[in-house]
Design a protein around this ligand. Structure first.
Ligand SMILES: [Zn+2]
Length: 81
């Protein structure tokens, strides 16, 4: 009986990689480790805001309203063609 000696694979093999990402809500540098209770957000505020957006359905249909009127003579079409 020779059981294979499984080498304990250390997750942190010397490399200390700081998991920093931008907050999806405000874009601030956010830590993604366990110390951040609101990850991937930077704070509870951003998390609640994003949650509210989801509940209100803002993320469901990304509608972009265009303010520029195509019939507006002040915005001629650039003939760069
Ligand atoms: Zn944030």
């Amino acid at each position: 009986m020779s059981e294979p000696s499984e080498p304990s694979a250390p997750e942190s093999a010397g490399q200390k990689t700081k998991r920093i990402a931008a907050c999806p809500q405000c874009g601030a540098s956010t830590r993604l480790d366990a110390s951040n209770l609101w990850r991937p957000f930077c704070c509870e505020r951003c998390k609640l805001i994003d949650l509210g957006d989801w509940l209100s359905g803002r993320h469901a249909l990304p509608v972009t309203e265009t303010e520029t009127d195509p019939l507006d003579p002040d915005h001629p079409r650039d003939s760069d063609g």
